[in-house]
Design a protein around this ligand. Structure first.
Ligand code: LLP
Length: 415
């Protein structure tokens, strides 16, 4: 049986692995466009202006496709702001949610003309004191959190994010005393939301706060829509969520005579299923109780299993037609015991040289990759609508990465 999680035929994926080498991230632009359009369609007829959280996957070619679907960008660092501008995003379509922003970053963002979303009282004060500032959005901590792991639950009252609920009136007054209007409010309750009711509940909390704000133009409910990583998981339905959210959105819209824009800013839901990581098995090792498949990638390229114990489906694309008879753990090549990409996976009898696909890796794969163990990052390719393939990032050779590292460390033979 072929895995529904593969974005191209096993044969095509094997060909790509051979042509471009492994490890290799492969993205599917057709699916990417489809997913953007599915979101838009689910909220058709409502003034929802979609943003894409670029931290999920910021390859410029991916950004371009998403921008072309009419999406603005949610950014969380000045570097992301700059990248967004460089790929042609309009400043007014860039929402910059700060997190311990420095004064320099704040100034630069103000000068760039992006929408600032400020998540702490003290930062708001700094912002309000700047001479050129007139308005901004604020991030609220709604005291309702969710997420696929405690590390990505951002809305609970003990999380570092958002302005405390009871401080909001004071924050708005302080801003107003400095001549700054609060024109936007925002929540992001967490990533990979497990109970969508938590989001609709938090949306109501945010709307209640909004009622006290006379200058409000935009309300941003954040991202966090989950995707099914496991083969047997019931997928979150964006259509069902939209049905639950619509009455809430419509009621507020009526109260304000339609004078309001809503935002959602998902990352994972858009890109996760549109990408996978291909890796080649080079070692098959029976340790007695566990048989490991040793691969040429690791948590330096896909951190999620090591960091959150996340599950990514694994498919042996070399033997996609064969029955899964053996059990393996998929080991990375990083020198740490915790570098395991998948545990106890049923796969066809696998041999050195086989290509494995780590599925649903289009979000928080490459963006969280590092050069740990001084290894290079994977290459990335994009499959276009007509099936043609474009190299959109090339892995560095060992020689190149070490030379760059020495140069960046100001090291020379006579150092
Ligand atoms: N908006 C804000 C302010 C965020 O901080 C995030 C994600 C998003 C939107 C998009 O969330 P999404 O729709 O992708 O769930 N590295 C973790 C996920 C961390 C998400 C951080 N913030 C992972 O691999 O699961």
């Amino acid at each position: 049986m072929l895995s529904p999680k593969l974005i191209a035929s096993p044969q095509k994926l094997s060909e790509l692995a051979n042509a471009y080498g492994t490890p290799l991230y492969v993205y599917d632009s057709t699916l990417l466009r489809e997913r953007c359009n599915k979101l838009k369609k689910a909220f058709d007829g409502l003034p929802v202006s979609w943003l894409y959280a670029i931290k999920a996957n910021d390859n410029p070619h991916v950004l371009k496709i998403v921008r072309e679907q009419g999406f603005g960008f949610d950014t969380v660092s000045f570097e992301e702001v700059l990248l967004s501008l460089k790929v042609g995003q309009q400043p007014g379509q860039i929402f910059y949610t700060e997190n311990n922003m420095t004064d320099e970053e704040m100034l630069a963002a103000v000068q760039a003309g992006v929408i600032l979303n400020i998540g702490s009282f003290s930062r708001l004060e700094q912002f309000a004191k700047l001479p050129q500032t007139e308005e901004c959005s604020i991030r609220v901590n709604p005291q309702i959190g969710d997420g696929h792991h405690a590390k990505v639950d951002t809305g609970n009252r003990d999380s570092k994010f958002g302005i405390r609920l009871d401080l909001i009136p004071e924050a708005v007054k302080m801003a107003s005393d400095h001549g700054v209007k609060i024109t936007g409010i925002h929540i992001h309750i967490g990533s990979g939301i497990q109970r969508p009711q938590n989001l609709t509940q938090a949306m109501k909390v945010l709307l209640d706060i909004g009622r006290e704000l006379p200058d409000l133009k935009r309300i941003n409910f954040g991202g966090g829509f989950p995707i099914p990583y496991r083969e047997d998981e019931i997928p979150f339905s964006i259509e069902e969520f939209a049905e639950a959210a619509k009455p809430i959105l419509l009621e507020e819209l009526e109260r304000r005579n339609g004078d309001l824009v809503y935002h959602f800013e998902p990352g994972r839901w858009i890109v996760a299923p549109t990408g996978l990581l291909l890796t080649r098995v080079n070692t098959v090792k029976d340790q007695g109780r566990i048989t490991f498949l040793g691969t040429d990638t690791g948590f330096n390229h896909l951190l999620r299993p090591a960091l959150y114990e996340s599950y990514h489906a694994v498919v042996n694309v070399t033997r996609a037609e064969e029955e899964s008879t053996d059990e393996y753990s998929i080991a990375g090549n990083i020198c740490e015991t915790g570098d395991i990409l998948g545990e106890d996976r049923k796969l066809p009898k696998t041999e050195s040289g086989d290509i494995l696909a780590l599925c649903d890796a289009g979000a928080y794969g490459m963006t969280m990759a590092s050069n740990y163990n001084r290894r290079s990052l994977p290459s990335e390719v994009l499959i276009d609508d007509d099936g043609s393939v474009r190299l959109i990032r090339e892995r560095e050779s060992a020689e190149a990465i070490v030379s760059r590292f020495l140069k960046d460390s100001f090291y020379s033979d006579n150092s």
